[in-house]
Design a protein. Structure first.
Length: 397
């Protein structure tokens, strides 16, 4: 029993909650467009249904994070997971696009789970340790997505209702996890500083929030379009493109957990964010070098290595930038992590749309677009002392 308690730490339970939550989404989202079309919905309906969740999350996540600062992490976490459970139940019972939209809206307005988990990590660990802890949570999310996609492929022939039922059961497990996990009291000064104070935020907060926002758009633009990009640049088949994207994701998770965390511990979150974005730029150059070498080993190797570097750089940059953002603790960790989740939701909407728009103009234009976005995030990571003439704090935070 003592051994089990030693392993079931709050971080392990919180990571498991995020992993199961990601598993549930990956289980149903790939099939949702086909199900909606069978219900009579068109392409516009599918687009609205997919964007509804993220749009609701953009508005709701900071408010839920702020609520967790005032009333505690556990109540808001349980509220969020209960909303997810209700959303899956409605999805299980849905027979019309309107019912599916209701499920997505319910889930979106209650989607503060990741913000609360991040805030709970901030409550428990000092800033110098957060990048590594955030990396663990993000790895859990990545593993959950991969498992959800795998089970989706296995169960898709048995109908969408079964997938929704499994997602609901998984969400129920996260509620149990929220009931048993022990969470520290909220950090910061939530009763004296409100979310409106973000309008007059400090330079460090503005820069870290900008880095998070741009990286989220980059992730949305790159992850969704990668198979199509590889088909356009090296004539990879759909299956090969998806396989390379999966391998790039796995390598990226490994780079985030090793190199990304190592740099953050030694140089600080701001510098780690900048280094990770440098890796993104190098990966874009490799993707450019591999373009046009159809069916050749050189093109495959360059494109594969470039995709892995971009994926690893983006995941590492997101983790480090989120930890950098959490350093403005006076605003309340829940509010800041809610802002981070809101930016993530915005990236999920803007990133894929911008990615496919520029990819339609040609792979070269798309790669330039990615490079310019990466450069914009790098500018946000500049040393504040270069602008003020003062010495920057140790660690680069």
């Amino acid at each position: 029993m003592a051994s089990a308690n030693r392993w079931l730490t709050p971080l392990v339970v919180l990571t498991a909650i995020v992993a199961v939550d990601s598993f549930s989404y990956a289980l149903v989202l790939p099939v949702l467009p086909f199900e909606v079309r069978q219900m009579g919905g068109g392409a516009v309906t599918v687009a609205v249904l997919f964007s509804a969740f993220s749009v609701c999350q953009v508005a709701a996540a900071p408010l839920l994070g702020r609520a967790s600062d005032r009333w505690g992490r556990r109540p808001v976490l349980l509220l969020s997971q209960t909303g997810t459970l209700i959303g899956f139940v409605v999805l299980f019972l849905a027979h019309t696009p309107a019912a599916v939209l209701a499920a997505r809206v319910i889930d979106g307005v209650s989607a503060g789970n990741l913000a609360v988990v991040y805030a709970a990590v901030c409550d428990r660990y000092p800033p110098s340790e957060r990048t590594g802890r955030f990396a663990v949570v993000n790895i859990g999310a990545g593993v959950g997505i991969l498992l959800g996609l795998g089970l989706c492929a296995m169960l898709v022939s048995r109908g969408f209702a079964l997938l929704a039922a499994v997602g609901a059961a998984a969400s129920l497990l996260t509620i149990v996890g929220g009931l048993v996990v022990h969470l520290a009291p909220p950090s910061g000064q939530p009763r004296t500083i409100g979310w409106r104070s973000l309008l007059g935020a400090t330079r460090a907060l503005r820069r870290s929030a900008t880095a998070v926002a741009v990286v989220q758009v980059l992730i949305g633009a790159f992850a969704v379009t990668l198979p199509t990009l590889l088909h356009a640049t090296i004539a990879a088949s759909v299956r090969t493109g998806i396989a390379l994207a999966g391998v790039a994701m796995l390598v990226g998770i490994g780079l985030q957990a090793s190199v990304g965390v190592w740099v953050a511990r030694r140089a600080g979150d701001r510098v780690a964010t900048a280094c990770a974005l440098g890796g993104v730029e190098a990966g874009i150059v490799l993707l450019w070098a591999g373009a046009g070498h159809h069916g050749q080993t050189f093109g495959l190797l360059c494109s594969g290595a470039g995709a892995a570097l971009v994926a690893g750089g983006l995941l590492s940059a997101l983790t480090a930038a989120t930890s950098w953002l959490s350093g403005s603790a006076a605003y309340g960790a829940g509010l800041l992590m809610g802002l981070s989740q809101s930016l993530a939701a915005g990236g999920q909407v803007a990133g894929p749309a911008a990615g496919f728009f520029w990819l339609a103009a040609g792979p070269a234009v798309f790669l330039v677009f990615l490079g310019l976005l990466g450069a914009a995030a790098l500018i946000a990571c500049r040393d504040p002392s270069a602008l003020t003439g003062r010495r920057a704090p140790a660690g680069g935070r």
